[in-house]
Design a binder for this molecule. Sequence first.
Ligand SMILES: Cc1cc2nc3c(=O)[nH]c(=O)nc-3n(C[C@H](O)[C@H](O)[C@H](O)COP(=O)(O)OP(=O)(O)OC[C@H]3O[C@@H](n4cnc5c(N)ncnc54)[C@H](O)[C@@H]3O)c2cc1C
Length: 233
Amino acid sequence: EILSSFDVRLRQYAINQLVKSGVRLVRGIVKDVQPDKLILDNGEEVPYGLLVWSTGVGASSFVKSLPFPKSHGGRIVNRLCAVCRIGVDEWLRVPSVPDVFAVGDCCGFLESTGKEVLPALAQVAERQGLYLARLLNRVMKSGGGHANSQVEVDLGPKFVYKHLGSMATVGRYKALVDLRQSKDSKGISIAGFASWFIWRSAYLTRVVSWRNRLYVAINWLTTMIFGRDISRI
Ligand SMILES: Cc1cc2nc3c(=O)[nH]c(=O)nc-3n(C[C@H](O)[C@H](O)[C@H](O)COP(=O)(O)OP(=O)(O)OC[C@H]3O[C@@H](n4cnc5c(N)ncnc54)[C@H](O)[C@@H]3O)c2cc1C
């Protein structure tokens, strides 16, 4: 399934757009990648000239090897934790080791927190990074944060994730925008040119510094007028 985080209507729109653009969608799980073809789980072979792998990635072997309790929902394959992430509590602490925190894709809530493991998204990682920066500032102001300074510090509110929505471009100035908290709740859920405009504007707000925003906006504009610049120096 492509774009599975979107509802059926938006997914169908994306499929139609991709098919219209000449994309052939093949459903299956890749079992093997060979120098000139992919092998799917049903035995089908898909020949290729250039392969671009853009699916999600699992936990790195380094994260898997760490001797910390892992988040719940991990898949065990051949007695090894295949997608396990470092288990954290509601303050993003690794409970078994003092003064160690984990944020982003490498971590997930421990089962004891009763919380769902959050999706591996930039949106989650960014929010956790900001939360942790504020928490560490609070620790420093309370006299902690130094070597051998075992002070009891109030860590403040727990980390709470509020989903701001999902966006995806499907090319040719078309995109999907779903600003609802979940697929069943009310809110904006649209597809087409307006979505593409919202998608672009939203990404511009995430670029660091006004200078870079200006560079990016000018680059988009020149690409629209003159086409994509594929020259390399
Ligand atoms: C193809 C693809 C498309 C995606 N699209 C989206 C999207 O549209 N929207 C969205 O919100 N999210 C998307 N994501 C997910 C998003 O990229 C991640 O959730 C986000 O980057 C996680 O941030 P992070 O800081 O946890 O990890 P990363 O961004 O992966 O940063 C981890 C860093 O640690 C470094 N590192 C790893 N191991 C070591 C080590 N042993 N020593 C030192 N450094 C190390 C890595 O090199 C890397 O720089 C996508 C992911 C993929 C793979």
